[in-house]
Design a binder for this molecule. Structure first.
Ligand SMILES: *Cc1c(COP(=O)(O)O)cnc(C)c1O
Length: 382
């Protein structure tokens, strides 16, 4: 295996799920998204670990992601969070992937295919758009759509919505989440008043799961916190102050090793465009990781550091496709083949997390782990 690898601590993933479960009432179901290769952590292994820890549903964003789970023997119910193309519906239905639906055309496409495959009462979830502006029918259309689902021979297994601002604690965000939740409650009432059963009611993402117990209803859908990162402002500090502390452990450590140590004299420059030149003698460590691995180019300018033997060192020059260079200074004691940690768990020697890199580079932890490419082997440990 190459030295550049993502170590995936499945034990931490399970411990995060157990910690999250303590925020919900017994009997509340849990749906864990393993979309985008489990936020970059590896969907099949993370799905299996999540099921071990007592998850009820898994979720994917594409039919192919769902098929991958099935091909690895995973039998648990799988929700499809995004819409698929009409030509994918056959595969979705034959693999028992449960779609979010919200309009007549899409409902009848699934109903026809389920009938064609002889599957009675094929389950679907009704998506209600309460203010995310992505997928879903308007709250007042919910009973009509629920009726369409029933009339077409499908089974309304659940009804969902998704929050746009639950991870922010500014007054206007808090107000907006309340408004979304009241619209959702209204839609559920309308469905019941029409004599239909909304099924499993679910809306809570990571932030709402930890912060807004009234939104848990029948099932929660936490994502980023399962992988060990904060849900933005609903972070560990906020939760401690609130009196409901949680200890989340990062699941991924991204590591590599020093593949060469190069003595530099004054005036020698590093990398494309010569953006850095040594002003004095120093040692430059070459690391076999670059933007081809998802260690993206803008990290160097943003001041992202690399930890070697418990100390942080600056990246010099531009990150290349396959390599980057780090300034360890003179007499650092760093040796060739020493381990270098880009981010991850403290117990692996990481001095920063994906959250720290996200803050420096004006993005969110989701993106830092999700963009790691296939070239980075995932090494699963307990
Ligand atoms: C991705 C996703 C989630 C999980 O969101 P987090 O912010 O990672 O908790 C929940 N629900 C839906 C519909 C999603 O697409």
């Amino acid at each position: 295996m190459r030295a550049t690898r993502a170590v995936i601590h499945l034990g931490n993933l399970k411990s995060n799920i157990r910690a999250i479960k303590s925020f919900t009432k017994p009997g509340t179901k849990m749906c864990i998204p393993v979309k985008a290769d489990a936020y970059g952590h590896g969907s099949v292994e993370c799905a299996k670990a999540a099921l071990d820890a007592g998850t009820d549903f898994l979720a994917v964003a594409t039919v192919d992601e769902g098929v991958e789970l099935r091909e690895h023997g995973i039998k648990a119910p799988v929700l499809l969070f995004s819409l698929c193309a009409p030509e994918e519906i056959e595969n979705a239905v034959s693999n028992e992937i449960i779609p979010f639906v919200f309009d007549g055309e899409y409902i009848s496409l699934f109903a026809k295919e389920a009938e064609r495959q002889g599957k009675k009462n094929y389950p679907v979830h009704l998506a209600v758009d309460t203010g995310m502006g992505r997928i879903g029918c308007l709250p007042e259309e919910a009973p009509l759509m629920a009726k369409k689902i029933a009339d077409s021979g499908l089974f309304l297994q659940g009804t969902m919505t998704h929050f746009a601002t639950s991870d922010s604690k500014t007054p206007s965000s808090v107000e907006y989440t309340k408004l979304q939740f009241s619209r959702f409650t209204k839609a559920l009432e309308l469905i019941t008043q029409a004599g239909l059963n909304p099924g499993i009611r679910h809306c809570a993402n990571s932030a709402a799961t930890l912060d807004l117990p009234e939104t848990h209803l029948d099932m929660v859908r936490p994502g980023i916190i399962v992988y060990g990162y904060d849900a933005d402002e609903v972070n560990s500090e906020y939760l401690s102050k609130k009196g409901t502390p949680i200890s989340l452990k990062p699941v991924m450590t991204l590591e590599t090793e020093v593949s060469a140590l190069r003595p530099f004299s004054k005036g020698m420059s590093v990398g494309y465009g010569r953006t850095w030149t040594a002003e004095e003698e120093t040692d430059i460590a070459v690391l076999p990781i670059g933007y081809g691995d998802g260690f993206v180019r803008r990290f160097s300018k943003a001041g992202v550091k690399v930890s070697i033997n418990g100390k942080n060192y600056p990246i010099r020059g531009r990150i290349c496709m396959d390599q980057c260079m780090v300034d360890v200074g003179k007499n650092s004691g760093v040796k060739r083949w020493d381990k270098a940690i880009l981010f991850g768990c403290r117990e692996d020697g990481a001095l920063q997390t994906a959250d720290d890199i996200a803050r420096l580079t004006d993005t969110i932890s989701y993106e830092i782990t999700t963009v790691l490419t296939r070239r980075v082997p995932r090494l699963y440990v307990d």
